[in-house]
Design a protein around this ligand. Structure first.
Ligand SMILES: Nc1ncnc2c1ncn2[C@@H]1O[C@H](COP(=O)(O)OP(=O)(O)OP(=O)(O)O)[C@@H](O)[C@H]1O
Length: 478
């Protein structure tokens, strides 16, 4: 089956295989292939190349064909005139319509160049050394490159797997592949049977700090199911869902948990202002959330107050659930039943580190009740945590959505993002300490973790938000 061209495998010359030492060796007789068969094989491959070339590279083949025809018909002068006119047309296209020029010309040319110069040239050595070449009947087979496309920030190499292999083999070797092709990382995306895409970033779109994102004027523009909080590594907005879920943000000290919390609160401000959303904040460190106290419907920093706040949230949630029972199945935020986000900084302070057992028990019970029953009635818990181990927070599985900022150990990646996340390229333990706010998240519809960066909301931005909010409250009460 592997010998068949539809098997998706390209057969390659095998390097000299070591022969184990043994006293008696039985070998198969060597039969010499007649030269005519070899010549026919070469001729067949050459003809196939000629037929397939215009289909695989229509633009390049057309360019060469037109140039040769013009040269034959008109000589050097005609060819020079043709190229001058073409260059001027390309120049005008680039200046007038830079986006379409980039998408249709520049990135395609780059993809062709990188396909041959980077991927085809290094494909065999990198795959053989990283253990992705397969052997069958003393022959070696390699997965085939089906195509290479370039976006503004990454190369996407579409690969046809050798029959009998699985994408997991690539997922386990993302590091070897990234180093092999000189890329900072590699992400594997499975498109279908024996069809996958390897994504190699060319530059880091998240290297620069992202300033606090603009706040919409109209509360109608706030989508609690997709709050813009930063940027994904492909340059697209990172939208965080809050309504209908709970979110746990994990990262070592200084990883940028504060920027995730504040970017989320900032994106909700118009809804808070309109009374359709409320933030109940718990700030045991008294450093993170105390700045924007004005914005919060409830605020607590001492442990007993924090536990009372959590229990009040449970009470409000249960009262709402009772009212909705048998009447409503979906919560729509409004001034009577606002969407309530309980923001909990350093949740382990209440659930693991507090010296009083009773506080820990009450806090854990309240968080468990909110996270297991609050989603459908408009209650959400947005918690931050430094250490994701079970001993510290055994409720972490009650948070459907998780954000992995910089972590201490490789083993913590799967604890936060779920089994297999690290194999798929979610290397949160390798995030550069100089890039606070960078994280890996799982977005809907993609099993592979996506690298993102939260926007940085400065103390001045928080002051400004709190002041504008207070001013608008004062206007309303006049
Ligand atoms: N998104 C970001 N972009 C740029 N810089 C950031 C970002 N987030 C945080 N920083 C920088 O990193 C520092 C630490 O961030 P932050 O306090 O949010 O970390 P943390 O994870 O909350 O740490 P801790 O658990 O100790 O409070 C900030 O003072 C800021 O200078």
């Amino acid at each position: 089956m592997l010998g068949n061209s539809s098997a998706g495998a390209s057969q390659v010359q095998r390097p000299t295989a070591p022969v184990p030492a043994q006293a008696v060796r039985f070998t198969t007789p060597v039969v010499e292939t007649p030269g005519i068969f070899i010549l026919t094989g070469w001729l067949w491959r050459f003809l196939r190349l000629l037929v397939l070339l215009p289909v695989q590279f229509p633009v390049s083949v057309a360019t060469v064909a037109v140039s040769v025809t013009v040269y034959v018909l008109t000589g050097w002068l005609g060819l020079a005139a043709l190229w001058t006119i073409t260059d001027i047309a390309l120049l005008v296209w680039w200046r007038r319509w830079p986006h379409s020029f980039k998408a249709r010309v520049a990135l395609r040319a780059l993809a062709t160049w990188r396909r041959f110069w980077i991927y085809r040239r290094h494909w065999q050595p990198v795959l053989v050394v990283s253990g992705l070449a397969e052997s069958y009947l003393e022959r070696q087979y390699l997965p085939q490159i089906r195509g290479v496309t370039c976006s503004a920030w990454a190369d996407r190499v579409r690969v046809k797997l050798v029959a009998g292999t699985a994408p997991a083999e690539f997922e386990q070797r993302v590091s070897e592949l990234a180093h092999g092709f000189g890329a900072p990382s590699c992400r594997v995306e499975v498109r279908g049977p024996r069809d996958l895409v390897l994504e190699f970033p060319r530059r880091d779109m998240l290297a620069e700090q992202i300033d606090a994102l603009p706040v919409p004027d109209d509360p109608q523009d706030v989508d609690l199911g997709a709050l813009p909080v930063g940027r994904c590594e492909d340059g697209q907005p990172w939208n965080l869902r809050l309504h209908g879920t709970h979110v746990l943000t994990v990262g070592v000290t200084g990883a940028g948990k504060g920027s995730v919390l504040w970017s989320t609160i900032r994106a909700m401000v118009p809804a808070i202002d309109a009374g359709a959303a409320q933030v109940w904040a718990i700030d045991p460190k008294r450093m993170e959330l105390s700045y924007g106290r004005n914005l919060f419907a409830r605020y607590a920093d001492a442990a007993d107050e924090a536990v009372s706040l959590l229990e009040d949230a449970v009470g409000a949630m249960q009262e709402r659930a009772e009212r909705y029972a048998g009447r409503k199945r979906v919560h729509v935020p409004n001034t009577r039943d606002p969407f309530v986000v309980v923001v909990l900084d350093e949740v382990a302070f209440l659930t693991a580190y507090h010296p009083e057992r009773e506080i820990r028990r009450r806090a854990e019970n309240a968080i468990a009740t909110l996270t297991s029953q609050g989603r459908s009635v408009g209650f959400c818990v947005l918690a931050a945590l430094q250490d994701p181990r079970k001993e510290v927070l055994n409720l972490r599985n009650l948070f459907p959505d998780k954000i992995a900022l910089r972590l201490d150990e490789a083993s913590q990646v799967d604890m936060v993002l779920g089994d297999g996340a690290r194999d798929r390229g979610g290397n949160a333990h390798l995030i550069d300490p100089d890039l606070p706010g960078v994280a890996f998240v799982k977005l809907e519809g993609s099993p592979a973790p996506v690298r993102v960066r939260a926007a940085f909301v400065t103390d001045a931005d928080i002051d400004h938000m709190a002041e504008s909010y207070a001013a608008s409250r004062a206007e309303d009460s006049v």
